[in-house]
Each structure stands twice: as structure tokens, then as C-alpha cells.
Design a protein around this ligand. Structure first.
Ligand code: HEM
Length: 553
């Protein structure tokens, strides 16, 4: 091994030191250097950001040392930013999240322009200390949290193939079985309408089983299955650790080094629990392959080497992305949607939806079998779109990062800048959606009521799935799940809010955990009034027969 000679020879250094020692100003010179260094480091700790102030983009006043705007943002970043947009009259502004400068975009048109007009520039996602460094250190990043690189490109492509429109036909048996199970158990547990029920657990199982089937060919039949509840519990707890309002240590590095760092310990515990169930699921698939009982699914295809381009970590990461992509977003959207439909005002929407189902499928049995294959009922489509818009379950979307400069009306947003899309603000933008934009109203998506006819949308309807280069990969499957569950539920029951536990239908306050990445609706209960008990029983019997052998272990 060769050792390089020092750049400055030692004897020369000694000479310099001797001169300095004999010079009478050396003491004050050294002090001045140290003072400047301390001021420089101190200033950086207090005020420094990864990206310097961006000329031409207004900054919200009131940033404080170290934390920037973090404390002012409070728990609910989307709502605070929505308020700042109105207060300071700038739809796009910059803020400081501790040491990270972020550009926040609020109005519908600006969100659309940022995501669609700069598709290539905003294709990246930021890496965060807690989520990327601690939680994701074993299974790889989910697609939604991966920076844009070769591996992410491959994973996004594989997910796109598994979740794209043409693939939906492969999942008809699964849609049939899972939406049947929602109806089966809700009917049973509500004593066919006698007992008030909380619909969320049924919808959670519906969403989770769908992605588990897709990824592992495995499902759980009981609503309170231990593994099902463990996956939901751990997943929700991790989602809590992903939002900026919950994780100051991501933006204020000094907090990471505090002794007994609770966040790190909690993250590691959750990571271990998540690893345990992901391994268990994958091992189950291995065993099924050995016994020849495996079902067609993403992981079996890869384990059997039918698809060789992905590594083991990439397969885990895809499965994890799909499981975590759907298990909270679908229940958040569908549960809250039922909350709005079951109010006194919502009864008219339910009746009109019921009439529209019958108009398209005079024989209800056809409605049950068609709703998994096609989305043809305009009133139901309108409800699905309004549920997505009004209850923006991922209020701040998923953060983006610029890979190249973005020129915004002359202001230059540099590469590597965090971009936050305030989907909640854009989705309730009165300038775009009209004066009733802050209200739940499915009929805004219809051009006529006699008969219900879908209004033509110019491109993007709402911002809840994002758009552009990193838009939600699961949006087609999500729409079909919402549609099929709504058709079967509304065809079978009139849903009426409990008087004792009514839903909260405010588009901000319906969410019980403001700090989580995805909204968790406050609990409420409903009463189910059968529409046509004999017909519902017949549809359910037929569904039971059709799906009896699906995904049986
Ligand atoms: C109502 C349901 C859903 C909502 C509201 C939703 C919302 C979102 C949003 C806002 C994004 C970020 C988009 C952007 O940056 O522009 C996203 C990304 C993603 N979603 Fe969904 N999602 C839903 C359902 C699903 C489902 C069911 C799956 C999978 C089965 C899924 C898989 C993904 C994936 C893989 C990404 C990451 C895309 C990327 O970063 O390239 N989502 N979703």
C-alpha cells in the first residue's frame, strides 16, 4: 500500500507556527477566526436550509430559528397551508421545515400545472430520515417513497402492469368475493338492519384482502383475524411516522441525537413487526408453491422465476407498496363517503343512486354481477368521484422533489427542492369547483339528472390520486373497488346515520388523526334498512355459490 506524502511538508508547517507565535496579533486573529466559524456554524444551525431562499416565490412570514415554520404549521399542515393561501393571497409559497426548504402549491390549477406541466422535473421523491433511514432499512422503499432511479422505474412499471386497466379483468373473482363478504358480514352483524354498525372494519378487510390477494394470493375471511388486525395496526402506526407534523427529527437533525430517542425505538419496533408479517406471507407463498396450491399473484410469479428482472428486495417493496397503498386510502374514502350518504341530506342521493342502478340493470342480479366488470352507472360514478375529491384522504399528497430547475413565472425553483402539493386545498378550491366547492355534492359531476348523465371532464377531475409522472398506480383498481362496494350496498340497503353516533362530514374534521399521512375517519354508526330483502338474499346466495372456491387455501 502506498502512503501519500503530506501536501504541506511538516518543517514548513513548523516555520509558519513559529512566525505566528512570535507575531503579537496572532491571538486576536485566531479569536476572530474562531468567532467567525462559530457564527457561521451557529447561523447555519439556526437559519440554514438545504436550498437557499428562492427569489420570486413569496415566503410565509414568521419562521423561527431551528424549526422554521414547523411549529406554526401545527398538526394539520394541509389546513394551515390552505389558510395561508387565503390569508396571504399566494397560491404558491415557500416555507422552511426546519432545515428543509419546501415549495407549497395550493390552488387546483397550480397543483395541476406543477404536476402535469413539469412532469419530468418533479418526478423525484425526497428521502426522510425516519421513514427511509430507519423504517425502510430492511424491505426497501415503497414505490411511493422511492427517489426516482432505475430500481424505482422497474418497480413502478411492474406495479403499473399489475394495476393497469387491462389487468382489472384478472381480478373479477376477487372483486366478486371481497364485495360479497362485505355485504355478507354487514348483513349478519347488523341483524339484517336491526343493530347499528360501524362499517369501517368491513371496508378495511375489503381493501386489505384485495391487495394481499394481488400480492400473495392470500386472504383472511374473519373481520377480526389476528394477522389482518396486526397488518392494519402496524401499517397505520407507520403512516403516522411518515408525516412532517409527526416527525420533527426529519427536519431538525439535532433531535435525532437526543438520548432515549423514542421515535427511533418506535420505528425499529414497527419495522421488526412489519418484517415479521411480510416474511410470514412470503413463506406461506413458498409453501403453497411447494404444495402446488399457490394462486396466481405477483410474488408467486417472481418466486417461480417467471419474471427475472426484479430482485428479492424489489419484490418485497412492490408488495409492500400495494398493501400500504390501499389499506387506509380505500377505507378512508369509502367510510367517509358512506358518512355523507347516510345523513338526512344524503338520503336523496341514495334514492337517486338506487333508481339509477335499476335504470341500468332492471334485474338487480345483473347489477351485482356487472359492477365488478364495468363502471356504467353515472350516479354511482358521480358518488365515487365526489368521495375522492371531498374526502382528500391524503391531504398533502406524497411529497415530490425537483430533479431539474422549474421556472415558475420567472422564479427559478432549483433542482433538489421539496414540492408539497396541497391536494386538500386544490380539491376545495372555490374558483375551480364553484361556490359550493366546500360541500359534498355528487351531482356536481353530472350534467343532467333526468336521467343522470356524467358531465364531461377536461382531463383531471380532482387531485386525490395526484397526477403526472408519479400519479397513483392504484387508481383504477381503487375506483373499481369503491364502485362495486357502493353498487352492492346501495342496491341492498338504505343507509341511515345513527342518532347517537352520527358521522362527522366536515372535510377537515372528519379525520381523527391530523398528523397521519392518510386520514382515519372518526367512528360513527349506521342503520341498514333493507330495500328488497328477498332480492338481496338471492343475490348473496348466487355470489356465495360463484365465489365459494375462490382463493381457498
Ligand atoms: C382511494 C384510494 C387511493 C388514494 C386516494 C391514493 C392516493 C395516492 C396519492 C395521492 C399518491 C401520490 C401521487 C402523486 O405523487 O402524484 C399515490 C401514489 C401511489 N399509490 Fe395510491 N391511492 C389510492 C389507492 C391505491 C391503491 C389501491 C394502490 C395499490 C393497490 C395504490 C398504490 C399507489 C402506489 C404504488 C403509489 C406510488 C406511485 C409512485 O410514487 O410512483 N394506491 N396514491
Amino acid at each position: 500500500m502506498s502512503v501519500k506524502a503530506p501536501i504541506v511538508p511538516l518543517d514548513q508547517l513548523e516555520q509558519v507556527w513559529r512566525v505566528l507565535r512570535t507575531n503579537e496579533h496572532t491571538g486576536s486573529l485566531l479569536l476572530a477566526i474562531i468567532a467567525i466559524a462559530v457564527i457561521y456554524v451557529g447561523y447555519n444551525i439556526l437559519y440554514g436550509t438545504d436550498i437557499p431562499y428562492i427569489e420570486g416565490i413569496p415566503e410565509i412570514p414568521g419562521a423561527v430559528p431551528i424549526f422554521g415554520h414547523l411549529l406554526k404549521l401545527g398538526e394539520d399542515h394541509a389546513t394551515t397551508c390552505e389558510k395561508w393561501w387565503r390569508q396571504y393571497k399566494h397560491s404558491i409559497f415557500q416555507i422552511k421545515l426546519g432545515n428543509t426548504r419546501a415549495v407549497v402549491v395550493n390552488s387546483f390549477d397550480d397543483c395541476k400545472r406543477m404536476l402535469l406541466g413539469n412532469q419530468n422535473a418533479v418526478i423525484d421523491r425526497p428521502k426522510l430520515y425516519t421513514f427511509h433511514g430507519v423504517i425502510s432499512s430492511t424491505q426497501g422503499f415503497t414505490i411511493g417513497s422511492s427517489p426516482w432511479d432505475e430500481s424505482c422505474k422497474k418497480k413502478r412499471k411492474a406495479a403499473g402492469t399489475a394495476l393497469g386497466r387491462p389487468a382489472l379483468r384478472n381480478y373479477y373473482p376477487m372483486f366478486d368475493l371481497e364485495s360479497y363478504c362485505v355485504l355478507r358480514d354487514i348483513s349478519k352483524d347488523s341483524g339484517n338492519g336491526q343493530i347499528e354498525v360501524d362499517v369501517r372494519p368491513y371496508i378495511q378487510r375489503f381493501a386489505l384482502n384485495t391487495t394481499l390477494t394481488l400480492c400473495y394470493g392470500i386472504r383472511m375471511d374473519a373481520v377480526y383475524d389476528d394477522l389482518l388486525r396486526e397488518i392494519l395496526h402496524v401499517g397505520s402506526a407507520i403512516s403516522l411516522l411518515r408525516s412532517a407534523s409527526e416527525n420533527y427529527q426529519d427536519y431538525v437533525p439535532a433531535l435525532r441525537y437526543f438520548p432515549n430517542n423514542v421515535k427511533n425505538a418506535r420505528s425499529k419496533e414497527l419495522r421488526d413487526r412489519r418484517d415479521a408479517y411480510l416474511d410470514l406471507l412470503l413463506n406461506k407463498v413458498r409453501e403453497m408453491i411447494k404444495n402446488g396450491t399457490d394462486k396466481p399473484c405477483i410474488s408467486a410469479a417472481i418466486l417461480k422465476d417467471e419474471e427475472t428482472k426484479l430482485t428479492g428486495v424489489e419484490v418485497s417493496s412492490i408488495c409492500l407498496s400495494l398493501v400500504s397503498g390501499g389499506f387506509e386510502t380505500i377505507p378512508g374514502t369509502l367510510t367517509s363517503c358512506i358518512g355523507s350518504l347516510c345523513t338526512p341530506e344524503g338520503q336523496i342521493w341514495q334514492d337517486r343512486a338506487y333508481e339509477d342502478i335499476k335504470r341500468h340493470y332492471p334485474d338487480m342480479r345483473d347489477a351485482w354481477t356487472s359492477c365488478i366488470k364495468e363502471e356504467k352507472i353515472p350516479y354511482i360514478n358521480a358518488i365515487v368521484k365526489e368521495a375522492g375529491r371531498y374526502y382528500t384522504v391524503s391531504a398533502m399528497s406524497l411529497p415530490r422533489k425537483t430533479v431539474t430547475e422549474v421556472n415558475w413565472d420567472g422564479a427559478v425553483i432549483p433542482a433538489e427542492t421539496m414540492i408539497l402539493i396541497n391536494a386538500q386545498a386544490g380539491n376545495h378550491d372555490l374558483d375551480h369547483f364553484g361556490p359550493d366547492g366546500a360541500k359534498f355534492n355528487p351531482e356536481r359531476w353530472l350534467s343532467s339528472l333526468e336521467p343522470p348523465t356524467e358531465a364531461k371532464i377536461d382531463g383531471l377531475g380532482h387531485l386525490s390520486f395526484g397526477t403526472g409522472s408519479r400519479a397513483c398506480s392504484g387508481q383504477f383498481i381503487a375506483s373499481r373497488l369503491l364502485y362495486s362496494a357502493l353498487v352492492r350496498l346501495l342496491a341492498s340497503y338504505k343507509i341511515v346515520a345513527s342518532e347517537e353516533f352520527p358521522p362527522n362530514t366536515d372535510y377537515v374534521d372528519y379525520n381523527q388523526f391530523k398528523t397521519a399521512l392518510v386520514a382515519i375517519p372518526r367512528e360513527f354508526k349506521v342503520r341498514l334498512i333493507p330495500r328488497d330483502s328477498a332480492m338481496t338474499a338471492e343475490c348473496m346466495d348466487a355470489a356465495e355459490l360463484r365465489t365459494r372456491e375462490h382463493y381457498k387455501e
